[in-house]
Design a protein around this ligand. Structure first.
Ligand code: SF4
Length: 466
């Protein structure tokens, strides 16, 4: 039994004061810094550099399935709403082509020890389509055995039966993530996502019965018609089901960026104080129920791999949130998907038309990306350690020869001083440690190290802390 230590402190006044727009740092530099000057040649060069540096290390694979049957009004994902199954069949043909091109670049039968299917709705695919796709992947790559690898899939409980869940386990998935958001019918109606408590619990139980190693659920606070009073019962039901991981996302209403959100009545949205109350309630209920705050919306049971990796200093942050696989290169397949290989990020074309056209031309469908310079790599390491460990040790950073951290990060240490005065962290010349009350505001701390924000702030496209 792991003794339960405090993992976060909710200080409403502090969150209220420092609530500001900022990146979520699933990458550094953030995706808005990618440029069209980066393409397939730069990506191939990154793979070659990686191979030259360390041989053929296992990597992580992400597969993006963009289709959904109906539109959730809060959605900010890259998805395609359609009931036309012919579209997914066509997509799978192109995905097969991209896979073959990637396999040729990566070399014969590279080892994959982490696979994630995201979307969209991966379970939009039929059993037969999923079988075909997995067979193609296994023909191209060498998957780790079930007990070693992490093979996860995002599941929309509305699209599956318990029998389908058992099939997914047989197909090789051993981790599952279920979208819930909120159990209150009026809230579900307001966001066009009707999903009963019973339906969700049946799927969750089926995942348990089928032998999934880790079950994760997603909730959202800040949706229309939600209140502190209404969100409590949803949290209680989730806690009673005891998933291994719980992600509680803050809904960011940005209708200027996400068209679907224009279907939400702005007058139905909870005000910032109510959202703050819901955030406080999440912290209180989930930590009281024994969950550890991992960081940035994520909670896990103390014996879950995420919590264990965090205790061992092995946690990583990537496009799916947090990952236990230390710095494995991430190769992403599918429209709009983002790879992270060596010192590069590479994003695929964002529309199906462009994605298909590039593959028709026999090219990797990379549309934009970035090659990180030494300063980017250094800052990425700082931000990653802060996000994952809540601590950064400047002596362990690959600073340019002879330059002291106090000199290199002089401006950053000044910015941290202000946050230290607010009680978020203890900042020293050798490193910084985030205090319990600063953990909810971790992105404010990371922003102090983001050179791009300070070179020319463009914050309108980012969401707020609450
Ligand atoms: S929230 Fe998920 S299921 Fe709903 S439209 Fe967006 S991608 Fe599809």
């Amino acid at each position: 039994m792991i003794p339960l230590m405090p993992s976060v402190e909710f200080d409403a006044a502090l969150v209220r004061k420092l609530n500001q727009m900022g990146p979520r740092y699933t990458s550094y530099p953030t995706a808005d810094r990618f440029s069209a000057g980066f393409g397939a040649p730069q990506y191939q060069a990154a793979v070659a550099r990686l191979d030259a540096a360390g041989g053929q290390a296992p990597f992580s694979l992400y597969v993006h399935i963009p289709f959904c049957e109906s539109l959730c009004y809060y959605c900010g994902c890259n998805k395609i709403i359609t009931q036309d199954r012919g579209k997914s069949a066509e997509y799978l043909r192109y995905l097969g082509r991209e896979m073959a091109l990637q396999a040729a670049v990566l070399g014969a039968r590279r080892k994959v020890d982490q696979l994630h299917f995201g979307g969209g709705t991966p379970t939009y695919l039929s059993d037969a389509q999923m079988d075909g796709l997995l067979a193609q992947l296994r023909a191209c790559f060498d998957f780790a055995p079930d007990e070693e690898g992490e093979f996860s899939i995002e599941v929309d409980p509305r699209t599956v039966t318990p029998a389908r869940i058992a099939t997914l386990r047989r197909q090789g998935f051993n981790r599952i993530s279920l979208g819930i958001q909120d159990f209150v019918p009026a809230v579900q109606q307001a966001v066009n996502r009707i999903q009963s408590h019973q339906q969700t619990m049946e799927v969750l139980q089926a995942a348990r019965d089928s032998g999934f190693r880790s079950i994760s659920v997603d909730l959202i606070y800040g949706l229309p018609l939600q209140s502190v009073a209404s969100f409590g019962p949803t949290l209680d039901k989730v806690v009673a089901a005891r998933p291994d991981r719980i992600a509680v996302y803050n809904y960011a209403h940005m209708p200027q960026l996400f068209k679907a959100q224009r279907l939400i009545q702005a007058g139905d949205l909870p005000d910032p104080e109510a959202k703050l109350g819901m955030l406080g309630l999440c912290i209180e209920r989930l930590t009281a129920a024994g969950y550890v705050y991992i960081g940035m919306d994520h909670f896990a049971l103390p014996d879950d791999d995420l919590a264990r990796s965090q205790r061992q200093g092995r946690l990583q942050r990537n496009f799916q949130g947090y990952s236990t696989h230390a710095e494995a290169p991430l190769v992403a397949l599918g429209v709009s998907a983002i790879s992270a290989v060596g010192n590069t990020y590479a994003q695929n074309e964002k529309t199906l038309g462009d994605y298909y056209a590039r593959l028709d031309a026999g090219e990797l469908p990379i549309a934009r990306g970035i090659t990180l310079n030494d300063d980017d790599l250094l800052r990425r390491q700082v931000i990653s350690r802060l996000m994952c460990d809540f601590i950064v040790d400047y002596d362990r950073l690959p600073l340019p020869g002879g330059v002291a951290p106090q000199t290199y990060f002089a401006a950053e240490l000044q910015r941290l001083k202000v946050l230290e005065d607010d009680g978020l962290l203890c900042a020293g010349s050798r490193g910084s440690r985030v205090r319990m009350r600063g953990r909810l505001l971790i992105r404010n701390i990371c922003m102090a190290f983001d050179r791009y924000l300070h070179d020319g702030p463009q914050l309108a496209r980012y969401s707020r802390t609450i």
